[in-house]
Design a protein around this ligand. Structure first.
Ligand SMILES: Cc1cc2nc3c(=O)[nH]c(=O)nc-3n(C[C@H](O)[C@H](O)[C@H](O)COP(=O)(O)OP(=O)(O)OC[C@H]3O[C@@H](n4cnc5c(N)ncnc54)[C@H](O)[C@@H]3O)c2cc1C
Length: 469
């Protein structure tokens, strides 16, 4: 059983830390984007890895829980502890320095509290790019992005956060520091602790800094919003695009009419450039800087049109036009939030199973009640945000009683299709039960063993990912 971060513990800890490190949590540390949980706990805002180590050593000695907190944009409640003994909320916001940029090696070393957009800016200033791009990039910080192994809009070409990280510096539960800021691309010296910590959602250690991979500055880009007859044809279009432009398709997002209808319903200021079709895809290609990306996109469109894979579309003719297309895509989660979901699901299934999943899940949800489904997302990665809403004019609350049935229906179908019930958001507190239900038993055994070995008192983010001991 853990102890609370009470006044006696906090005053002992304060005497060991620079003044002003501890204080009361602000509302932003206690709330999360979907408003499902309200957090609790005392706030620690260390300025150095040594201070993080002191906090962890003291917390371990006193058996006090520690919840790591970066940008607070996580969507599964991992950064919030709503109940149990009050923890220390360990915010990395004061450790936000870009320590070093090495364009010659395409490596950058940053502290865990660096906000993603500032990492983008530092890479750009060195004539390079850090290609992790997601709608929360103005708030999400490197520590949280790595702890959740975030995905985003360019996974198809550049991979997930894990693929963009060469090494991490991290503090273990007892205050020991792993000095893993490698600049090496090859290093086979035993277990790769970087990959253990990435995606562990603060349950195995506190990431304090990371060395990140950089890429050349953006080449010639073309972006198009294309109308497709169905998800199956969208996948055929993706296959053609990848065959025609190998390794150059950088984003492939699917959107349904429901998402655009939601925008019209709740964000009327945002005018749509078309009458929303049943399905459309936002495709982006990136070629060498001197290539003609617009011509390449036009060629792809003509080939797809002849094959009956697209029926309409628009190719962005300028940077601002490209931004407008992306803005539309990024407005969909906002519209979803304003409508209010009965249940939201971040799922992935093998690509070939996607059309069947969309059809079967749609029929199964319709059998549960008069619900609306907005399925959209990173089709190129097999990752859909499959969200279920009340009928027009009704509030999600009125259909709350269906939430569990909706969730289980969707997740059972995902599982049957060989998919994952968390594609990119993680487990957090929201999906602890789902991991227990759908996870491979041997994998769960190994996860519990690793957690017990590295955090024997269970102080690191108690109740996240695995049930609290
Ligand atoms: C509008 C919006 C769009 C989004 N789009 C995407 C998307 O396209 N793709 C995607 O993958 N995700 C997306 N997300 C969610 C995504 O998980 C987060 O944006 C991001 O990965 C979390 O970073 P953060 O800094 O906010 O972390 P937080 O929310 O603060 O924390 C997330 C988790 O990491 C742990 N943690 C935080 N910092 C550390 C640390 N230094 N060491 C160890 N553990 C730590 C926390 O305890 C928690 O469990 C979106 C979120 C929003 C609000």
């Amino acid at each position: 059983m853990l102890n609370p971060a009470d006044d006696a513990f906090l005053s002992r800890l304060a005497s060991d830390l620079p003044e002003g490190t501890l204080g009361p949590a602000e509302p932003r540390h206690l709330t999360e984007p979907r408003g499902r949980w309200i957090g609790q706990g005392a706030l620690a805002r260390p300025r150095s890895t040594e201070d993080v180590a002191r906090i962890m050593a003291a917390a371990q000695a006193a058996r006090v829980g520690v919840v790591p907190f970066s940008g607070g944009t996580g969507l599964v409640g991992g950064q919030i502890r709503p109940d149990g003994p009050a923890p220390v909320i360990l915010s990395l916001e004061r450790m936000a320095a870009v320590r070093r940029v090495r364009p010659d090696e395409n490596v950058m070393e940053v502290e865990a509290g660096a906000i993603l957009t500032s990492v983008h800016a530092a890479a750009e200033a060195a004539g390079r790019r850090f290609p992790l791009w997601l709608a929360s990039q103005g708030s999400a910080r490197i520590g949280g992005l790595l702890a959740t192994n975030a995905g985003g809009l360019h996974v198809l070409r550049y991979g997930m956060a894990r693929d963009l990280c060469l090494g991490v510096e991290a503090v273990l539960a007892d205050g020991r520091v792993i000095h893993g800021l490698s600049r090496l691309r090859k290093d086979n010296t035993g277990y790769d602790l970087r990959h253990l910590l990435i995606g562990s959602e603060g349950t195995l250690g506190i990431i304090t800094a990371a060395s990140l991979r950089l890429f050349p500055a953006e080449g010639a880009v073309a972006t198009a919003l294309l109308t497709v007859p169905s998800p199956a044809t969208a996948l055929e279009l993706l296959a053609r695009a990848e065959a025609r432009l190998p390794g150059q398709v950088s984003a492939f997002e699917i959107m349904s009419k429901v998402g655009f209808d939601f925008i019209t319903e709740v964000i009327p200021d945002l005018s749509l450039p078309f009458t929303p079709p049943e399905w459309s895809v936002l495709i982006e290609i990136e070629l060498a800087p001197d290539a003609d990306a617009d011509a390449a996109m036009a060629g792809l469109y003509m080939e797809a049109d002849e094959a009956g894979l697209v029926s309409d579309g628009q190719i962005a003719a300028s940077g601002p036009a490209r931004d407008r297309l992306w803005h539309l895509r990024e407005a969909i989660p906002d519209a979803n939030r304003r409508i209010g979901a009965v249940s939201s699901h971040d799922i992935s299934v093998p690509l070939a199973e996607l059309p069947g999943f969309i059809a079967t899940a749609g029929a199964a949800i319709a059998a549960l009640g008069p619900l609306r489904v907005n399925a959209f997302g990173h089709l190129g990665d097999g990752n859909l945000h499959y969200n279920v809403f009340p009928p027009k004019g009704a509030a999600a609350q009125e259909f709350r009683h269906l939430r569990d049935a909706v969730k289980q229906t969707v997740h059972d179908l995902v599982d049957a299709a060989g998919g994952s019930v968390s594609a990119e958001h993680g487990i957090g507190r929201l999906k602890v039960g789902d991991l227990a239900r759908y996870g491979d038993p041997a994998k769960l055994f190994a996860m519990r063993a690793i957690k017990a070995a590295l955090d024997p008192s269970g102080i690191l983010n108690p109740g996240a990912v695995l049930p609290e001991a």
